[in-house]
Design a protein around this ligand. Structure first.
Ligand SMILES: CC(C)(COP(=O)(O)OP(=O)(O)OC[C@H]1O[C@@H](n2cnc3c(N)ncnc32)[C@H](O)[C@@H]1OP(=O)(O)O)[C@@H](O)C(=O)NCCC(=O)NCCS
Length: 148
């Protein structure tokens, strides 16, 4: 993957449809329009562009010393090419700049691919919320120490 063709750009409401397509490609219960569109002063919402086409969506928050990732999803044909790792590097870099101590996320224990991806990066499971998701799966609460 030619990294120079990957760009991270601010999410805009007009990107709703391409983002919905990416989420429905990946999830049985994708985010609602409201979840995709909602923003507050802590949120970090981005689209990932490849040759100026939207190929991914990122959502997170930075609230003082704690960061969180609420969504990372790439179009299937762009998965497994190092873009996910690149996005984590970017968000951890941004978190460092802002003085964040930990980056948190929740992931379904059924999403083995994502769990392996986060573990490989250095996220550690801190807690489990049983039957948290609509499909009955447990949520793993994972943490990445920005300053270990
Ligand atoms: C999860 C996701 C964001 C990962 O991004 P990606 O670009 O596919 O992952 P990368 O190619 O950057 O992989 C990074 C590392 O994780 C490993 N990895 C990724 N997918 C893996 C898999 N299925 N099995 C084992 N390891 C895997 C890679 O081997 C790579 O390790 P390396 O750098 O040592 O080679 C992406 O696959 C995706 O969009 N999935 C669907 C949506 C989703 O489930 N999101 C997470 C829940 S919010």
């Amino acid at each position: 993957m030619e990294k120079q063709r990957i760009k991270i750009a601010d999410f805009k409401p007009e990107y709703l449809n391409p983002v919905k397509n990416i989420l429905s490609e990946n999830f049985e219960y994708p985010w609602s329009d409201t979840q995709i569109l909602s923003e507050n002063s802590f949120s970090v919402k981005k689209v990932i562009l490849f040759s100026n086409k939207i190929i991914g969506f990122f959502a997170g928050e930075i609230i003082f010393s704690e960061g969180s990732i609420t969504m990372i999803a790439l179009k299937k044909e762009f998965q497994g090419k190092g873009i996910g790792r690149y996005l984590l590097d970017w968000f951890v870099g941004l978190s460092k700049e802002k003085g964040v101590k930990n980056v948190w996320l929740e992931v379904s224990d059924k999403n083995k691919k994502a769990v392996r991806f986060y573990k490989k990066y250095g996220f550690v499971t801190e807690d489990i919320r049983p039957s948290y998701y609509k499909d009955g799966s447990d949520a793993l609460i994972m943490r990445y120490p920005v300053y270990p």
